[in-house]
Design a protein around this ligand. Structure first.
Ligand code: NAD
Ligand code: AHE
Ligand code: ZN
Length: 370
């Protein structure tokens, strides 16, 4: 057992508590990682709000981290002590039906136990005062030390700054990947991006990489316009400035609708708007936002009959172990400007402030340093 400083979510809607937890050594096929830094994603706030059907408490949240391998369990061959890694909430075993399909990044190897807050053997490595604490999304990066399955770690070059490339563990990769891998936006296309937080801003980068001709950013927070313009939007639309449904506004702006849209908020009304602002005959809308448990999407089936396509994306369709290193390279070369996302840096003790900044719309990403 080792001691680890961690921010524990003891119950939904309560501030995280910084305590010293016990971390058990990695079992066979598992790896102990020292987390150097972690981002705070809206999904952490979503689970803390109690709206996640897979949310179990007490748990250690966090899934956007960067760290260093501290110890490996029996049989671990692809990683050694000292390797730099990014934890993956979407594992890549390379052997399951999903990995072999070449149609999805959704590996099934550890997903069932991960959704229950447990390691693949059905137990937890974390405890506090002798009572188990659940894992989260297979990552639990709000702990100085965490244990992950080997298949849930992407090895990255040691030169990459962990306190920046941690953002590739979720938000930045998700937004870019959804544009390039899921929607496969083509050159010259028109794109609408709903929600300009970490995910939506990263989708702008993806749309620029795909050479979209027009990129419309939509957000109710006017403060997001400047950074979105810096990244490449051509138009900013604030739904609060319009009395018409926002899909009608966008259809009018684009001679019948956009070629591609992305919902990066987690609001089912906006998922509908994002679909309905797509062009008849070919427009494709990708859902990235995570909606509360029990929420459902709806539209007139006629929207699909007349050629619009509705799809969704998890971690940008990126296979973490094989594909994440290329994202790290792009961040290193400056093609992915991670600094633009990092509005705040703080220590673990201040983590509740990071959640407040997010809810107030004052941050894009806060990076927590251990
Ligand atoms: P965020 O809080 O940083 O950004 C959300 C943005 O949406 C904010 O700029 C906010 O002002 C805007 N917004 C809120 N309500 C709006 C409205 N009614 N109209 C227009 N804009 C509105 O969040 P984030 O970290 O960027 O995450 C966005 C969503 O993506 C969340 O639902 C998160 O859970 C989800 N997510 C999904 C994946 C995935 O793999 N599918 C990965 C990461 C995050
Ligand atoms: N537990 C939620 C599902 C949440 C969800 O959809 N998560 C996204 C990643 S969000 C990262 O910030 C995802 O990758 N989903 C695919 C998967 O396998 O979880 C619920 O609603 O039950
Ligand atoms: Zn996330």
């Amino acid at each position: 057992m080792i001691k680890s400083r961690a921010a524990v979510a003891f119950a939904p809607n309560e501030p995280l508590k910084i305590v010293e937890v016990d971390v058990a050594p990695p079992k066979a096929g598992e790896v102990l990682v020292r987390i150097v830094a972690t981002g705070v994603c809206h999904t952490d706030a979503y689970t803390l709000s109690g709206q996640d059907s897979e949310g179990v408490f007490p748990c250690i949240l966090g899934h956007e981290g960067g760290g260093i391998v501290e110890a490996v369990g029996e049989g671990v061959t692809s990683l050694t002590v000292g390797d730099h890694v990014i934890p993956l909430y979407t594992a890549e075993c390379g052997e399951c039906k999903f990995c072999k399909s070449n149609k999805t990044n959704l590996c099934s190897s550890v997903r069932a136990t991960q959704g229950k807050g447990l390691m693949p053997d059905g137990t937890s490595r974390f405890s506090y005062n002798g009572e188990p604490i659940y894992h989260y999304m297979g990552c639990s990066t709000f702990s100085e030390y965490t244990v992950l399955p080997e298949v849930s770690l992407a090895k990255i070059p040691k030169e990459a700054p962990l306190e920046k490339v941690c953002l590739l563990g979720c938000g930045v990769t998700t937004g870019i990947g959804a544009v390039l891998n899921t929607a496969k936006v083509t050159e010259g296309s028109t794109v609408a991006i709903f929600g300009l937080g970490g995910i939506g801003l990263a989708a702008i980068i993806g749309a620029k990489m795909a050479k979209a001709s027009r990129i419309i950013g939509i957000d109710i927070n006017p403060a997001k316009e400047a950074v979105a313009r810096e990244l490449g939007i051509t138009d900013f639309v604030n739904p609060k400035d319009h009395s018409k449904p926002i899909q009608e506004v966008i259809v009018e702006m684009t001679d019948g609708g956009v070629d591609y849209s992305f919902e990066c908020i987690g609001n089912v009304q906006l998922m509908r708007a994002a679909l309905e602002c797509c062009h008849k005959g070919w427009g494709e809308s990708t859902i990235i936002g995570v909606a509360p448990a029990g929420a459902e999407i709806s539209t007139r089936p006629f929207q699909l009959v007349t050629g619009r396509v509705w799809r969704g994306s998890a971690f940008g369709g990126v296979k973490g172990r094989t594909e994440l290193p290329s994202y790290v390279e792009k961040a290193q070369s400056g093609e992915i400007p991670l600094d633009t996302f990092i509005t705040h840096n703080m220590g673990l003790d201040e983590i509740n402030e990071a959640f407040e900044l997010m809810h107030e719309g004052k941050s894009i990403r806060t990076v927590i340093h251990f």
